[in-house]
Write a protein that binds this ligand. Structure first.
Ligand SMILES: [Zn+2]
Length: 226
């Protein structure tokens, strides 16, 4: 049974010292369906968001904001779920032996991440290519690896390298190339740079580094918009 939370409920629920009694979720229904550890984490984060709202001069208990701390907490847990996932394990599940040895390119992989300096979104596209050396991986898994690393607090440079390194570690291919083009809200919204500026990063290995023609083929294919 749902009931509107009163300010005193919220205060109690957000009281970090009350964890041991574990009274955040009064509904039996809620108890059954929510994992208790996750419940505790959401409760703790909600408390922090309440503090944040107060720090901004807001009244966290006014009607429009009453459920905001919990919403923000759950949203942040979703946006950082990549911490609880192992990208290499995910790749390993979909590796196949195959003699194909030309470049495999997955381009325009949508990505949404958050910069670790401002906790504001950055988003754009990732392009990932590799040249197999006896092993290939399911194409959708490449997009999943991008997602797992993106759903953590990131800097674009590290995100780019982590994607490359995961593919190198699992497939040991002849080479990997990763390019990410993204817009950073911490630049756009704060007026640090022109609103349409895009940041491009790249990370390469193997033949993408040693062969000029491989690298330029990769870059040409990425920008070949048809
Ligand atoms: Zn930032």
């Amino acid at each position: 049974m749902k009931h509107a939370k009163t300010p005193s409920d919220i205060l109690e629920n957000n009281n970090i010292t009350s964890y041991s009694s574990f009274s955040a979720c009064a509904d039996d229904e809620c108890f059954d369906t929510m994992d208790s550890t996750e419940n505790r984490i959401v409760e703790q984060l909600s408390g922090a968001v309440t503090t944040l709202l107060e720090g901004l001069g807001e009244d966290p208990y006014r009607e429009g904001l009453v459920k905001t701390p919990e919403r923000v907490a759950k949203s942040l847990r979703f946006l950082t779920k990549g911490y609880r996932q192992n990208p290499e394990e995910l790749l390993r599940k979909a590796v196949f032996t195959e003699s194909y040895d030309e470049m495999v390119l997955v381009k325009d992989i949508e990505l949404f991440s958050m910069c670790e300096h401002h906790m504001l979104p950055f988003f754009g596209k990732a392009h990932v290519a590799y040249i197999p050396d006896g092993k290939i991986v399911g194409l959708s898994k490449i997009a999943r690896v991008v997602e797992v690393y993106a759903r953590r607090l990131q800097v674009q440079e590290r995100l780019t390298q982590q994607i490359r390194d995961a593919i190198v570690d699992v497939l040991n291919p002849k080479g990997v190339g990763v390019v990410i083009e993204a817009k950073h809200m911490c630049m756009v919204m704060r007026g640090v740079e022109k609103q349409n500026s895009t940041t491009t990063t790249s990370a390469m290995s193997g033949e993408f580094l040693s062969s000029e023609s491989t690298r330029s083929e990769f870059l040409r294919l990425i920008h070949n918009r048809s």
